[in-house]
Design a protein around this ligand. Structure first.
Ligand code: HEM
Length: 500
């Protein structure tokens, strides 16, 4: 009898044997891991997660197994945090132990091999950049210094909606165009030469990076075989294009402009970064390089657009679906901006009710329902269980924010709940953490929320709204989709009418 094996069948056989031998030779650990679902050989718990909305699946699992849960994702251990008490213990009390990022292949390519803040590991480099972010690039003073730039771009946003009065618009597209233009102006000080091209690249990059779990990250021992995947090749190509554009801008700026030693109130973000490259204020151990600057700029462009668009779209849909909130928002916005030609950043600072609506919407629809994954730097104990070094730490902030013990009727959009219970999302209330918390919490909250609120205020000031296709607000399809963030599966289509 003759056996013949095809090449793919041989590969599968090879992998099965490889994993089996690895499993047998692995030393047995005596650590008591947090409870979790039974695992299958090789794939662990992956079959329970595949193809679904991970925050919802993980919540149902943690409802059974507890707020600190252990799952096996391929070769990796993952610890899932699912309530406010655990978020406080893990992200705050053991904040240093979980201060590293878990960087997957896609993120590593997009960040020049973990340069910039988001993917840098905890240490001197991250500390230096994080200081530049919080004290110089995204501080309250800096965000206010950008107000006139936000307002100029907001005028373009309003004009572009006016040009389509009576016709359906896709809110997501309008909001992302505003945000790309705004973030590029705050970075480069003027309209960037290649803005359209950058926008297209950023959009493509976020689409390609939308698959949260890739084979090589789940099975690091197989990463060598995945190195040549089509997606990774495309991402490398896109990053090369970004690199060419940004290198040219940096070189041109250095040739044509004096790089000042002292900070100036109205300097753009690129000037801040070049000041650090040339003059190293504070005498840090290292100077930032062009590669760092390019990684930071690309990270700012992605972070400054994607999640802010999601926040704006979800808030708009929730306000429209709730007649009481809708009336209050209209009254507040039109009262504060009465007789003005345009909405300003200082007007938005006074819009308390609108802020409650945005806060409530980020509770129900956090843009990053599992935050950004961390990686455990050292073993630590919680309630008698070990969180092991090297494990992924995923915080299911959606589950935290849907906990009925903290949030009565958690699914209900109720901005007034904060009048009874004044919690905010800046990181000290562990019950409300759409921007994360602790050392690695989001440094761009103010920048992001101000822009989301500016767009919402302008939309409610200049226009009355109707849902497209003759639908009623309560018929809007709220189905979620999970990619780079949690977005509306069917983008919100609205028909604007000039405000009466
Ligand atoms: C308004 C929408 C936004 C949301 C919902 C959001 C959410 C988040 C979340 C969940 C994290 C991870 C936090 C953690 O691990 O604890 C994060 C980190 C980060 N965000 Fe945001 N963000 C937003 C806007 C922005 C903006 C506008 C910027 C910059 C212009 C920005 C820059 C960053 C950076 C650099 C990090 C990484 C911080 C670190 O690792 O140290 N974000 N963000």
């Amino acid at each position: 009898m003759e056996f013949s094996f095809s090449f793919p069948a041989l590969c599968i056989l090879y992998f099965l044997l490889f994993f089996l031998v690895k499993q047998i030779l692995k030393p047995q650990s005596h650590k008591k891991l947090p409870p979790g679902k039974r695992t299958l050989p090789i794939i662990g718990n992956l079959h329970q997660l595949a193809g679904l909305l991970p925050h919802r699946t993980l919540k149902s699992l943690s409802d059974k197994h507890g707020p600190l849960m252990h799952l096996k994702m391929g070769e990796r251990s993952a610890i899932i945090v699912s309530n406010a008490r655990m978020a406080k213990i893990v992200l705050h009390n053991h904040g240093l132990a979980v201060a590293d990022r878990s960087v997957n292949t896609v993120a590593s390519i997009m960040t020049y091999n973990s340069l910039g803040v988001t993917c840098a590991q905890y240490g001197d480099y991250w500390t230096k950049l994080r200081q530049i972010y919080t004290l110089e690039l995204l501080s309250q003073k800096k965000v206010r210094s950008f107000y006139s730039c936000f307002e100029d771009e907001l005028a373009n946003f309003v004009e572009s909606i006016k040009s389509q009065v009576g016709q359906p618009i896709v809110l997501y597209d309008k909001a992302s165009a505003y945000l790309y233009a705004t973030i590029c102006r705050t970075i480069f000080g003027s309209v960037c030469k290649e803005q359209e091209k950058m926008m297209k690249i950023a959009k493509k990059t976020s689409l390609l990076s939308g698959t949260p779990l890739r084979l090589e990250d789940l099975f690091p021992s197989m990463s060598v075989f995945c190195r040549f995947s089509k997606t990774l090749k495309q991402l490398r190509g896109l990053l090369q294009e970004v690199d060419d554009i940004l290198e040219e801008i940096i070189v041109e700026r250095e040739k044509t402009t004096e790089i000042l030693k002292e900070a100036k109130d109205d300097e753009d973000m690129l000037s801040v970064l070049l000041r650090h490259k040339w003059h190293n204020p504070g005498g840090a151990k290292f100077r930032i390089t062009n590669a760092d600057i390019k990684a930071i700029i690309f990270e700012l462009i992605l972070a400054g657009t994607l999640s802010v668009t999601d926040v704006t779209e979800w808030a708009m849909v929730e306000i429209l679906r709730d007649p009481k909130s809708l009336k209050k928002v209209y009254d507040e916005v039109r009262g504060i901006c009465k007789d003005k030609k345009r909405v300003t950043g200082y007007d938005v600072e006074k819009m308390e009710y609108m802020h409650l609506c945005v806060k409530e919407s980020t509770r129900i629809h956090p843009a990053a329902p599992l935050l950004v994954p961390r990686e455990c730097r050292e073993d630590f104990e919680v309630d008698g269980y070990t969180v092991p070094k090297g494990a992924w730490v995923l915080t299911n902030c959606w589950a935290v924010q849907m906990d009925p013990e903290v949030w009565p009727e958690p699914e209900k959009f109720d901005p007034e709940r904060y009048i009874r219970n004044p919690m905010d999302f800046y990181g000290s209330n562990f019950e409300l953490i759409p921007f994360g918390t602790g050392r690695r919490g989001c440094p761009g909250i103010l920048f992001g929320i101000t822009n989301a609120e500016l767009m919402l205020a302008a939309m409610f000031y200049h226009f009355d709204w109707e849902v497209a296709d003759g639908k009623k607000p309560e018929d809007i399809d709220m189905t979620e989709d999970f990619g780079a963030g949690c977005i509306m599966k069917y983008p919100l289509k609205l028909v604007p009418h000039l405000a009466k």
